[in-house]
Design a protein around this ligand. Structure first.
Ligand SMILES: [Zn+2]
Length: 247
């Protein structure tokens, strides 16, 4: 099950929820590392449900499946993005993969600098996607706090989280036991060392002795790492350490 990931690699929230033009909503403004136009990555695999070009090029992305929220909720998620300058390649029904660059910051609509307005909602797209709230702003239906919806990743650079406590996706490192929920896709295991011929115990005919036993050191995995997703990984190795990959 996917964990929705914060859609910018450079988190810099310049306006939080329930303040300024975000009164009575859980909207945030994400401005990236600087003032240039930065990419917006799909937080989850989903389907475009609405594109509204009359205002700020608002786009609604609904998750294809239920996702895992950082607050423990398991449900569909819908997110509204606004201010991209060009959404001509987006259309209702288009499928977007998690982590795909599909949107960007911009200034379309009532925006003073390049940023992306983001609103998360629990559940599937409903109604027209949004409702005019009591401050007169249009905001997504079933809105939910962004830090209760989006995770940050190892490659999310947090410049300003606006004091919102975003939960980090921890890379799973296990000592000995493989995970119970999913079979490991890749493991690092020590080699099965054949004892040298002079140390080899005399062969016996009992079944349990037919396989030579590797030394205790060699049979204890030092590290088992389960790849959470297909990606490039960097591993810090000390001199002399060996790395074994097993599918
Ligand atoms: Zn905004």
């Amino acid at each position: 099950m996917e964990k929705p990931i914060y859609p910018s690699k450079n988190m810099r929230i310049t306006q939080g929820y329930n303040e300024g033009s975000h009164l009575y909503s859980y909207a945030i403004d994400e401005a990236g590392a600087d003032t240039s136009v930065e990419a917006i990555y799909a937080p989850f695999t989903g389907i475009i449900k609405k594109v509204y070009q009359n205002d700020a090029n608002e786009v609604w992305l609904e998750s294809s499946d239920k996702v895992e929220y950082p607050d423990g909720t398991i449900d569909y998620m819908t997110i509204l993005f606004a201010h991209a300058n060009d959404v001509s390649n987006l259309f209702v029904g288009k499928r977007i993969s998690q982590n795909e660059v599909f949107y960007s910051e911009g200034t379309k609509g009532n925006a003073t600098g390049n940023h992306c307005h983001i609103e998360c909602a629990k559940g599937k797209f409903t109604g027209s996607g949004w409702t005019k709230n009591k401050a007169g702003y249009w905001s997504i239906n079933n809105g939910k706090k962004p830090e209760e919806c989006l995770w940050i990743n190892n490659d999310t650079k947090v410049i300003d989280n606006h004091n919102y406590n975003f939960k980090k996706i921890e890379v799973e490192i296990l000592e000995d036991t493989p995970p119970k929920t999913e079979p490991p896709k890749a493991e690092i295991t020590p080699p099965q060392i054949e004892p040298s011929s002079e140390n080899k115990a005399p062969q016996t005919n009992t079944e349990q002795e037919t396989q030579p036993k590797p030394s205790t050191e060699a049979s204890t995995p030092q590290l088992i790492f389960t790849c959470p997703k297909t990606d490039l990984y960097g591993i810090y190795l000390k001199k002399g350490e060996k790395l074994y990959l097993k599918k």
